[in-house]
Each structure stands twice: as C-alpha cells, then as structure tokens.
Design a protein. Sequence first.
Length: 99
Amino acid sequence: YFRENVPEPVLQYIETPMLIVAATDDPLAFPIPREAIRRNPKLLLAETDGGGHLGWAGWTPASMGATMAGPSWADSMAARFLDFHLHRSRSRARLKARL
C-alpha cells in the first residue's frame, strides 16, 4: 500500500497552494519528502517534532478509549492556511477588476 501511494512523484505537479502537516515521530509518514516539497513553491510543510500519527488532535486518554479534549492544532493550522489563501485570492480578484 505505502509503496504504491508515495506522494513524492506527483508533488511537482501540484499547482494549488497545499499545506502538508507532518510530525517527525509519525511512523506512518516516513520519510517526509522534504526536498520535493521545497522544490514546489505551492507547497508548505508544517512539520513538528512531536505529534505522532494524529497526535495534534487534542485527544486525551479515557477509560473507553481516547476522547477529544480540545481543539485540534492541525485543524486550526489548516483553517488559517485556507483563510489566508481565500483572502489573498479575493484581493487579487479585486485588483484585477480595477485594471
């Protein structure tokens, strides 16, 4: 599964801004293709030392498994990224309309 779904070969073709969230201690996201990400200016890597696999989710152990304890760091990071690009896109459209 992982060999057939390696993202590195297609990263160069991405033309829409993309946020890639990863943790260095995530056993399922290794290795992170940092060089391929750096080569495409549309990609932004937000990498943390910790987080594991879904470790930013604000989970806390509970007797019946994990429960959501607070806001997800990854979700708020993605929301800020999308908000930035939405406002940037609208500003460009207004500027174009004036020309």
